[in-house]
Design a protein around this ligand. Structure first.
Ligand code: ZN
Length: 437
């Protein structure tokens, strides 16, 4: 009895200390919250139809306090002069693989899983995160580690803790296919080789795997809806569906039950149809979208992440149907745009080498395929913020949102490739890069 009383007294004392500690920390943060004023020559805020000229953005700590037309910066506030530049919201890539470094051929892939340890790959992923931030990507959804287990959760945490520079992250951990439907394949049965995904079989297995991945930090559950893409006489891109409908529905249902969202890799029409039947939140790649599937994806409000950069990058090296698939996706993109499908920018970075290709190339493809530059910018800022469930925190430049900003020298509304030459990056009110002259 006495022991118990003593323990509860300690507990109460502990709570008091915690409350005091939190208050103290808040006060300290308030005192330290840095105030910055940014003078933007041209501002694309993500909301307005046109760019605003000569805008003043006030930032306190990690958030934007106000955005106004012109006016003087308050006294004693650090002013960053971007009056000769265009300021935009930080970019978002909703489909990346920080733990992969180029994947044109099966050999490229196998070598990384067989010859590089997960710690080595994690070190490279920190480098890749820095490259992404340098290119203006202040937020990313990393869609599976390709055999590196839960290392994406570690890189996400290291960035969030300020240990290494990089974008804000939502991560999918290991991804799923049924047994035997994802590499590494083709090795002697005597060898235990690593797998690029978690093999998951049966309805109960699906629910358990979702629980396990969420336990270890998955924000998203990703599964491979299909493989083996091929054209048939109907001219439609078909594919082999990996999971039974019961299994796919169990994955998505358990994901939603745990408050998370589901993404499906779906390239062929059969794989896309199966993923839509299962109730996924996002369709990845989607090359084989038919008219009927475009109607369905629009009606259901599912997001489409086209990843055109990777398709164009791997097609020459992979040969076969890949070039034809890139052409097919362009037509699907134009139709989807007319039907107001929610298109979110995603590149599949990691499928191409982070050091070779700037993710921001994707914006250019969207404009080439029929978007206005403003639509393309929204596809890489506002729309992804919705997809991530972070619309209240990011995606536009307005009061209350995170101060995640980029700047380029020219006018991206005239030349979208300006976005491949980011000169200034701020994430959460901290300047990461400033090469504006
Ligand atoms: Zn991918």
């Amino acid at each position: 009895m006495r022991g118990k009383l003593w323990v509860s007294a300690i507990a109460v004392g502990g709570i008091l200390i915690c409350v005091w500690g939190a208050g103290h920390a808040q006060e300290k943060e308030k005192a330290a919250a840095k105030k910055i004023a940014i003078r933007a020559g041209r501002l694309v805020d993500g909301k307005s139809e046109a760019a605003l000229t000569n805008a003043l953005i006030l930032i306190e700590g990690e958030r934007i306090v106000s955005v106004s037309a012109g006016g003087a910066a308050p006294a004693g506030v650090e002013v960053i002069d971007l009056s000769k530049a265009t300021v935009l919201p930080g970019f978002v890539d909703t489909h990346t693989h920080l733990l992969l470094n180029g994947d044109i051929t099966a050999e490229d892939y196998d070598v990384q899983l067989l010859k590089q340890s997960i710690p080595y790959r994690a070190i490279l992923s920190a480098r890749n995160a820095r490259i992404a931030l340098e290119h203006g990507f202040t937020t990313m959804r990393d869609l599976e580690t390709e055999g590196a287990m839960y290392a994406d959760v570690d890189i996400k945490n290291a960035i969030a803790n300020g240990e290494v520079p990089g974008p804000r992250m939502q991560v999918a951990t290991r991804a799923m296919t049924p047994t035997g439907m994802y590499p590494l394949l083709g090795y002697s049965w005597e060898l235990q080789v690593p797998k690029g995904v978690q093999y998951v079989d049966g309805v109960e297995g699906a629910r358990k795997a979702v629980r396990e991945q969420v336990m270890y930090g998955a924000d998203w559950i990703k599964y491979y809806s299909d493989r083996r893409y091929h054209f048939e006489a109907d001219g439609v891109l078909h594919s082999m569906v990996n999971f039974t409908d019961e299994e796919a529905k169990a994955i998505v249902d358990e994901t939603h039950r745990l408050g998370k969202k589901a993404a499906a890799h779906a390239i062929g029409s059969d794989g896309i149809a199966a993923a839509l039947r299962a109730g996924v939140d996002t369709i990845e790649h989607g090359d084989g979208l038919t008219d009927a599937l475009i109607d369905e994806i629009a009606r259901k409000g599912v997001y489409w992440v086209p990843t055109i950069t990777v398709g164009a990058y791997v097609a020459p090296g992979r040969g076969g149907n890949w070039t034809k698939m890139v052409d097919l996706e362009k037509v699907a993109f134009q139709k989807a745009l007319k039907k107001n499908v929610k298109i979110a920018l995603g590149t599949d970075a990691g499928g191409f080498d982070w050091k070779e290709v700037n993710q921001a190339k994707e914006f250019g493809y969207y404009v080439n395929y029929g978007m206005t530059p403003m639509q393309a910018i929204r596809a890489g800022t506002v729309v992804p913020a919705e997809l991530l469930g972070w619309s209240d925190k990011m995606g536009t430049i307005e009061a209350g949102k995170w101060a995640d900003l980029v700047a380029v020298s020219g006018d991206p509304l005239k030349d979208i490739t300006e976005l491949e030459r980011v000169k200034f990056v701020m994430k959460g009110g901290a300047v990461f890069k400033n090469d504006v002259r």
